[in-house]
Design a protein around this ligand. Sequence first.
Ligand code: CO8
Length: 258
Amino acid sequence: MAYQTLIVEIEDSVALIRLNRPDALNALNSQLLGELAEALKALDSNDKVRCIVLTGSDKAFAAGADIKEMADKSFVDMFGSDYFAPEGEAILRVRKPIIAAVSGYALGGGCELAMMCDFIICSETAKFGQPEINLGVIAGIGGTQRLTRFVGKSKSMDMHLTGRFMDAAEAERSGLVSRVVPPAKLVPEALAIAKKIAEKSALTVMAVKEAVNRSYETTLREGVLFERRLFHALFATEDQKEGMGAFLEKRQPQFRDR
Ligand code: CO8
């Protein structure tokens, strides 16, 4: 499938999606988000893909929603079309893990898109921010909710109210990203992590993703119960027998997603 705003490559069970609107620092417009939703849906049902990496360019993961596209819209336009809600929902429906690999700017909708992925690794040049306040609006695709859960209320308020940027060191310190690497190593490192995940049982990987994400959606007690039920259920799989058997036999497991 050819896209105009994305470059998609598949190698060794890992899909790499590059946002590709270099002239606009990968600003997220309807076309890009529509193509991204479509690409993710296709990769999620592609048997050759077990993990997905989403990245941008060296200068920008994405500098936010496209201000040129939004500037003249009315409330009726935005509310009537539920602007970007269907695309956001499509991203969240993906069952395979998505790693965001961020270099340069991840601002506004760009920061929100990275936070919709399962985890974020970034390069030393990364700059995260929710600068919507400078445009007379607020985050619109989860930023006030997700950034607060990632970094806590105080830092989230600071970011949203001042519109300041957070560098890679602060992002790692505050739990927004899981790892920081030199710029040249960002995509290779993300692909290496994705390949490691691709070696696991796809069933177990989906269970992890569902259980960790559930921690955002429910109470601790309900989340722990959900996790326990999934843990019990995995004993019905061949991969559990293979994983534990391989450990006891001191060999590498051969998972078959069953
Ligand atoms: N939208 C449209 N075009 C953009 C955007 C954007 N968000 N960001 C950069 N561009 C364009 C510039 O207009 C410029 O185009 P041109 O050459 O035609 O003038 C080109 O990209 C290069 O940008 P700059 O010349 O500004 O590059 P600098 O290196 O000087 O500055 C910055 C880089 C600091 C990133 C600067 O471009 C900037 O501040 N950009 C806007 C950041 C921003 O405010 N983002 C938030 C947007 S609002 C938002 O995201 C709301 C999300 C709500 C829901 C959306 C769902 C996805």
